[in-house]
Design a protein around this ligand. Structure first.
Ligand SMILES: Nc1ncnc2c1ncn2[C@@H]1O[C@H](COP(=O)(O)OP(=O)(O)O)[C@@H](O)[C@H]1O
Ligand SMILES: [Mg+2]
Length: 376
């Protein structure tokens, strides 16, 4: 299978058992393609751990999972000291199946990290090196996933929080999805997703990563800089490190949509990379909604136009050929047609294109009915 296809299948399968967890699956997939770290922040019971565990099931990679408590000791994460070596005066850990050997790691309740493990986690995340006693161990860690119910307030944990390029606020599912949630939880409890095949291996992940640098970003750079300004004006600042890394996230988003050039809607990744404080998540989402032609927004506007046109169509039947409202509707249809054209201009998304075509067909057929009634 084509690599971009594989990445999309992974995203699809990751999201599959859950209700309303598309964005969560997306940020996890983006973090894998970019080789960056991702943290999910949200109230208990919002499927954060379940999503990370499912990523482990779908990925053919060396995975390490651990639930941190305030009392977690270094040996639990990095392996126990090798006593035999110690007797010979050599300080060494037995790292097999522990974090130093993991390509992908999931640390649940990550901000429980205490001072005994924190520095080692930081250097593993940042430099991919474990400084331990007198030795430096190079580790193969590619992506670390973290989960937590809140953003840490302690200054010593800020450095840890900052290491996550991707941060996502996981919210409860909306009321209209509660019924679906019941069914989904039932299926999950039944463990119908228990025996799943691996979708993607680390070689594919690395190849996808190397494809990032083939994505043409020129078209969006101006807009990105403008967004940095707009965010800054609202007091939302990104560290220089974050600003630089965002390009990778943008390129990964384009790749997932099978494009080798970034377009404005790829800038939606700012939503997962720019927020810091909990209130930033919604603020930034609102700014992006205003500033970007994002798919959701375009679809919503198209649906509104569609509903209006449908109403015109319904009213038409009751109108006689001399009804003055006919001309009014005819004019409205023309306006709608232009609106649709402007909305979908430069948008390549297949769903958007299809919706626009459907609306255009509707406009066409209602216009013809009007012509007939008007004897034009
Ligand atoms: N959006 C959802 N869709 C389907 N099941 C869900 C959803 N949210 C929660 N669940 C169910 O609740 C369980 C508990 O979620 P869990 O991953 O432990 O939450 P968290 O780690 O966020 O506290 C999941 O295994 C799943 O069965
Ligand atoms: Mg959990």
């Amino acid at each position: 299978m084509d690599l971009l296809e594989t990445a999309n299948k992974f995203l699809f399968m990751l999201e599959e058992p859950f209700v309303g967890r598309h964005e969560e699956a997306l940020v996890i997939t983006l973090s894998l393609i970019t080789g960056e770290h991702v943290v999910l922040i949200g109230e208990p019971g919002t499927a954060k751990s379940a999503m990370a565990r499912r990523s482990a099931d779908l990925l053919d990679a060396k995975f390490f999972k651990y639930l941190l408590t305030r009392f977690t000791e270094p040996s639990e994460l990095f392996g126990p000291l090798d006593i035999a070596s110690l007797r010979r005066g050599v300080y060494k850990r037995i790292t097999s199946n522990k974090l130093p050997e993991a390509e992908i790691a999931f640390l649940d309740e990550i901000f429980n990290a205490n001072s005994a493990v924190l520095n080692s986690i930081l250097s593993i995340m940042q430099e991919r090196i474990l400084y331990d006693g007198y030795s430096e161990i190079k580790v193969p860690l590619w992506t670390l996933m973290g989960a937590s119910n809140k953003i840490p307030e302690e200054p010593e944990l800020e450095a840890l929080y900052d290491r996550f390029l991707f941060r996502h606020n996981v919210k409860h599912v909306n009321e209209e999805y509660w019924e679906a949630l019941l069914d989904a939880s039932w299926e999950i409890e039944k463990e119908i997703y228990g025996n799943i095949e691996k979708i993607m291996d680390m070689e594919s992940v690395r190849l996808l990563n190397s494809m990032l640098f083939k994505v043409d970003l020129n078209e969006i750079k101006g807009k990105l800089l403008r967004l940095f300004m707009i965010l800054g004006e609202k007091g939302l600042y990104l560290s220089d490190r974050r600003k630089g890394k965002i390009l990778k996230a943008i390129a990964a988003h384009a790749l997932l949509e099978k494009r080798f050039h970034a377009i404005e809607s790829d800038l939606v990744v700012l939503k997962y990379t720019a927020p810091k404080d909990i209130e930033d998540f919604e603020k930034i989402e609102a700014i992006l909604m205003d500033e970007l032609k994002t798919k959701d927004r375009i679809m919503r506007e198209l649906e509104e136009i569609e509903a209006n046109i449908r109403n015109f169509g319904k009213n038409l039947d009751s109108m006689q050929s001399f009804d003055p409202r006919l001309l009014e509707i005819y004019k409205n249809l023309k306006v709608s047609k232009t609106k649709v054209q402007n909305l979908v201009q430069d948008v390549e998304d297949a769903d958007v294109r299809r919706k626009a075509e459907e609306i255009n067909d509707m406009i066409e057929s209602i216009s013809q009915e009007i012509m007939i009634k008007l004897n034009m």
